[in-house]
Design a binder for this molecule. Structure first.
Ligand SMILES: [Zn+2]
Length: 644
């Protein structure tokens, strides 16, 4: 399917920062990535940068230490926004002029090619101003937060925007082992960044330098800073794994008592969330450094490694960006096609945080919302086809409906398939440990899950992750003598790319006369499946997927009784009906109750008839299927009627 034909719902509900993109996705041609093939891996970066809270100007002095990974390297490739002035390039501390800088790309030609395994150092000095406001969701932004009279400037790189503030080869194929960042700003401001604030230097020229060091592997897009007139508000979490030791939660908020007063209660929840995640996902991956958040501005949050940017401390942002430290930062999608592994898991952490810190009902409301939203996407797969990943197609990569909502529902469905929460959470801990500091593809994730659970998940991933659309289920239940019930479950799908979903389906049977209910998990092996079950009581109604595990729509649900049992001689019609139903029955010496239920089992009308042949007005009911339940004395008969 071509991208231009693909409708996407961009309702992103103020999630991660990259959502509100204004770039025209369809004008940018697919990017030719051949010259960014993985020829070398940066393993250490030393970044020195002059930054200002009241403008986007920067001056950078960036050293990258790297190792050649291709057989030979004769040209070093970097990306940097063309609007910057390039002051100098040094190769192994020697100035070079053998480079080109065009179309935001730097090619440095080597006099002597390097060989696989060789180390080299490249240093780039540059300065200028590239306003992120003109590159929606990229580069460096300046914002003025009037209520706190605070200017702020901050970076945003995901997925292809690092080049708008520092020279880098933007590839997910490597992680940088460690990064040392020195940010110099006018004295009075503070700069937040990745890792540990090693020290602060006061300079002679009314500037201050903040030295941040991180020694955990990090993807290029997670390097970040934010500068403003900040103050620190620090907390400590004590996960059980550290046996009394603690993790620093270092927040940079505006230096105004009003700001702390306003956010304090919300920030304090960070401790509970951190301790919960450590329990459920394994110890915080960067516990030797810190976790934190810088108050920035607008457009949601961004999970920079060990220091998120957040416009506020809403529960959603606190737990979502923190969850990314496990899912996205510790383990990073290997390609942007696999971004659902970052966002689907971090969004499922929303559900987990709500379930364990707030309540089951609130958590279920989240999932139901995600499921409904996921059904907005009839077309498009959760896994993003390679030809849909290119600069300028950020909206597809961060599709709220597919990457986030359907992505998180896929995790919910996997939890349903696993059907054991000890195993589910056990896997998450195994996963965050096994793939620590690495990247992961969708297939690797599937294989790891298969290995851990023993389940065969190939068809699940084919249908739900690489496939498109969702199923609509219909159920017909006919109950005969002795409680024997025959179920017919039919499935249709909304996209021919995926004509069948083989996920088992839960069916809840509610018994007549309030005699309770039973829930069955039916294996689904074909578009029409049949089951015979012995039930203890008469079936009153049937619910499909009552516990909201599966993205699905409900088609037709009917409960009937074998005609031989219809000793009332009930005739209800017409069927389909428009404005009225006429009800005929045999015995006329006893009144008959007619209850009308909608397909969700809700009683919508109730009538008491004293003679056969009476009309019931149904003109006000929405067009749909209804279950007509007739009761006369001890006898009950159900009929399915369609209102058109
Ligand atoms: Zn996110």
């Amino acid at each position: 399917m071509s991208i231009a034909q693909q409708p996407f719902n961009h309702d992103i509900r103020n999630r991660c920062s990259h959502f509100k993109s204004f770039e025209n996705s369809f004008k940018t041609p697919p990017r030719d990535n051949t010259h960014v093939a993985d020829t070398y891996n940066p393993h250490y970066m030393h970044m020195k940068m002059d930054v200002y809270s009241d403008r986007v100007d920067i001056a950078g002095d960036i050293s990258t230490y790297a190792k050649v990974t291709s057989a030979q390297l004769d040209t070093i490739y970097l990306e940097l926004n063309q609007a910057f002035s390039l002051d100098s390039i040094k190769l192994n501390d020697v100035l070079t002029t053998s480079y080109t800088f065009e179309n935001s790309e730097i090619f440095i030609v080597l006099d002597t090619p390097l060989n696989q395994g060789d180390d080299f150092k490249i240093n780039v000095c540059y300065h200028g101003a590239v306003d992120g406001m003109n590159l929606p969701r990229y580069g460096i932004y300046h914002w003025y937060k009037g209520i706190y009279k605070s200017h702020i400037a901050f970076s945003m790189s995901q997925p292809f925007g690092a080049r708008h503030w520092f020279p880098i080869r933007q590839s997910l194929q490597y992680k940088i082992d460690s990064v040392y960042q020195e940010y110099t700003c006018p004295t009075g401001n503070m700069v937040g960044s990745n890792g540990v604030l090693e020290h602060i230097t006061t300079n002679n020229d009314s500037t201050t330098t903040f030295h941040w060091k991180t020694r955990y592997p990090m993807a290029y897009y997670l390097i970040a800073f934010a500068v403003a007139n900040y103050m620190e508000y620090n907390l400590y979490a004590k996960p059980t794994q550290l046996q009394g030791d603690s993790i620093l939660i270092q927040n940079f908020i505006y230096n105004d008592p009003k700001c702390l007063n306003f956010y304090k209660d919300d920030i304090d929840i960070s401790v509970d969330v951190m301790e919960l995640y450590c329990e459920k996902f394994g110890l915080y991956p960067f516990y030797k450094e810190k976790y934190g958040a810088c108050l920035t501005a607008t457009y949601g949050g961004m999970e920079h490694q060990t220091m998120s940017n957040q416009p506020d401390f809403s529960f959603y942002l606190v737990q979502h960006e923190m969850a990314h430290q496990w899912f996205g930062n510790n383990i990073t999608c290997a390609t942007w096609s696999d971004i659902w592994l970052n966002e689907g898991l971090a969004t499922y952490a929303d559900f987990i945080a709500k379930k364990f810190l707030i309540g089951d009902d609130e958590a279920m409301e989240d999932i139901k919302g995600d499921q409904n939203s996921a059904m907005d996407a009839i077309n498009g797969s959760v896994y993003i086809p390679e030809d849909e990943v290119y600069y300028g197609n950020k909206e597809r990569i961060f599709s709220g409906v597919l990457t986030y909502d359907k992505g998180t529902c896929l995790i919910h469905q996997l939890r349903y398939l696993i059907n054991n929460d000890d195993t589910f959470f056990g896997f998450l801990q195994h996963y965050t440990d096994t793939f620590r500091g690495q990247t992961i593809t969708t297939d690797q994730f599937r294989d790891a899950l298969e290995d851990y659970t023993g389940l065969d998940l190939h068809s699940y991933f084919e249908q739900w992750c690489y496939g498109q659309g969702y199923p609509t289920y219909s159920v017909a239940c006919e109950q005969g003598e002795g409680g024997h019930a025959h179920f017919t479950i039919t499935q249709t799908t909304c996209n021919t790319a995926t004509p069948f979903f083989d996920l088992p389906l839960e069916i809840k049977v509610l018994y007549a006369n309030e005699q309770g209910d039973s829930t069955f998990r039916m294996p689904i092996t074909a578009n029409t499946s049949y089951f015979d079950i012995q039930l203890p009581y008469q079936v009153d109604s049937v619910l499909i997927d009552p516990n909201h595990w599966i993205i699905n729509k409900v088609g037709e649900v009917s409960v009937g009784i074998d005609e031989l049992q219809n000793d009332l001689d009930l005739v209800v019609g017409p069927n389909p009906a428009q404005d009225y139903l006429q009800v005929h029955f045999k015995k006329t010496n006893t009144p008959m109750t007619i209850d009308i239920f909608d397909i969700s089992g809700q009683l919508v009308q109730s009538h008491c008839l004293y003679q056969s042949g009476q009309h019931i007005d149904i003109s006000q009911l929405p067009n749909a299927y209804y279950l007509i339940k007739a009761t006369q004395g001890q006898a009950t008969v159900s009929k399915k009627i369609m209102k058109i």
